[in-house]
Ligand binder design. Structure first.
Ligand code: EPZ
Length: 419
């Protein structure tokens, strides 16, 4: 087991280059199943979730090799349509392979997905989406059995703009004859990135990022292509919040500021100043942070639920009282008791949190219970007075690659140690 050891209170100064994001790369890796060719993904950080998705692809018969930081995925020959309990249980994105496996191989057998324990996380929208395209789908003994031999394009109206269901149905439509239209899709930038990747492979998709996505089915995606996924907007947001909490001046490179407009607007109102030019964002905070007042997580382009825990850590030291509402997941407050150990004044009932900002937090021994909650605890430790140890950092490694090294380059006193 490992933990982070943080000596808090340092200002953060310097530059960080943001890398491709987990939530862009995972659906793209699932999309590789559609390709009868070789895909080279450029500059892929080794998030542990990437390893888990590679395991799934290899079990299907793909040949996956690393070439420095590039990942080469050869899916010309696939020999299985199964996703096992061991592999599926490691991450939510395992369910994102359903659409691709069905479209390419016409049969699929998937164990239920795993992922951070932040709520029930049903998969009904994924299953119903496949059925709306004519697939026969049964759920039995913890497995999903699907037969896609009679699939046809069709119209699908999502009850809610689910990111994964949108991506899954998009991929199912790529090799399904006829036209598939997705109404009320999610509009996250990762979906636009998936559309760009699949179209580069020969798919015919339009409308990602809008209220209607249209997929014209094609016979095959027989191409060899190179692709670099978009920069990680959640890591970008996490570092912007770190800069706001710790003071100093940091510059984030290889970013798209428009992916974090909602957060930037809130930070600017709270006392932060920005210098945004091309693919760079500089943030500094000349005065004491003021509470956001009211903040709620929403589908894109609203405040992302994946930044809720980092924002909570920020509000814990911002002047005033914050009402924070988590609209996306019903159990995404596991970091609250840990922040309270550090001196935060937080109460919550249901999906509403009340945070009374304190002058400062104090170091303590805390534990990450999920990926983004763990990131919030790291930020709290960086800004706190004294020493903080954070256990459960295997959760954090799922979506932040060498997080402690990245933070050390801008002046944080943090190290990883065995415990
Ligand atoms: C994706 O998860 C992300 N994961 C999550 O990031 C992110 O928090 C989430 O989108 C919301 O932005 C990946 O992309 C790998 P949803 P996903 O389907 O697709 C309900 C992280 O920390 N729902 O948009 O699972 C669901 O319960 C992770 O990087 C159904 O009811 O999220 C939730 O309340 C955490 N039925 C809401 O929709 C379904 O079939 C949004 O979930 C599917 C979802």
């Amino acid at each position: 087991m490992q933990r982070f050891y943080i000596n808090g209170g340092n200002q953060l100064n310097g530059e960080v280059k943001i890398q491709s994001g987990k939530n862009a790369l995972l659906p793209i890796l699932a999309g590789c199943i559609l390709v009868d060719g070789i895909v080279e993904l450029v500059n892929v950080p080794r998030y542990t979730d990437i390893d888990a998705m590679i395991e799934i692809l290899e079990h299907l018969g793909a040949v996956v090799t690393w070439n420095d930081d590039n990942l080469i995925i050869d899916t010309r020959i696939l020999s299985s349509h199964d996703v096992t309990i061991e592999s599926a249980g490691k991450l939510r994105a395992s369910i994102f392979t359903l659409g691709s496996i069905l479209a390419r191989m016409k049969l699929a057998k998937l164990a239920y997905p795993g992922g951070c324990n932040i709520g029930l996380r049903p998969i009904d929208l994924h299953i119903n989406g496949m059925r709306m395209l004519g697939a026969k789908v049964n759920e039995k003994n913890g497995f999903i059995y699907a037969n896609g031999s009679n699939m046809n394009g069709g119209d699908i109206v999502l009850d809610l703009p689910s990111v994964g269901a949108t991506e899954n149905i998009m991929m199912a439509g790529v090799l399904t004859k006829g036209t598939t239209r997705i109404f009320n899709p999610a509009k996250e930038p990762e979906i636009v990135d998936l559309q760009n990747f699949l179209n580069k492979c020969g798919a015919k998709i339009s409308g990602a990022g809008s209220n209607l996505i249209t997929i014209e089915g094609v016979k095959s995606l027989a191409k060899n292509i190179k692709y670099e996924a978009m920069p990680d907007r959640i890591v970008t947001g996490t570092l912007l919040i770190a800069g706001a909490m710790c003071g100093g001046k940091i510059v984030l490179k290889n970013v798209k500021a428009e992916h974090n407009q909602a957060l930037i607007a809130k930070l600017a109102k709270s006392a932060c100043q920005f210098d945004i030019k091309d693919d760079k964002i500089k943030i500094y905070r000349p005065a004491r942070l003021k509470s956001f007042g009211e903040v709620e997580t929403l589908p894109y382009p609203g405040i992302p639920t994946d930044l809720q825990a980092p924002i909570m850590a920020l509000q814990a030291i911002s002047e005033g009282t914050t009402i924070l509402i988590e609209n996306l997941f019903e159990a995404r407050f596991k970091h609250v008791p840990e922040l309270i150990k550090m001196g935060a004044d937080i109460k919550f009932k249901g999906n509403v949190c009340i945070i009374r900002g304190k002058e400062k937090l104090y170091g303590a021994e805390v534990k990450a219970c999920d990926l983004r909650g763990g990131a919030g605890l790291v930020l709290a430790g960086l800004a706190a007075e004294g020493y903080t140890t954070i256990g459960g950092i295997e959760y954090i490694d799922r979506g932040y690659y060498k997080f402690e090294e990245m933070l050390r380059t801008i002046g944080a006193d943090i190290r990883r140690e065995d415990c």
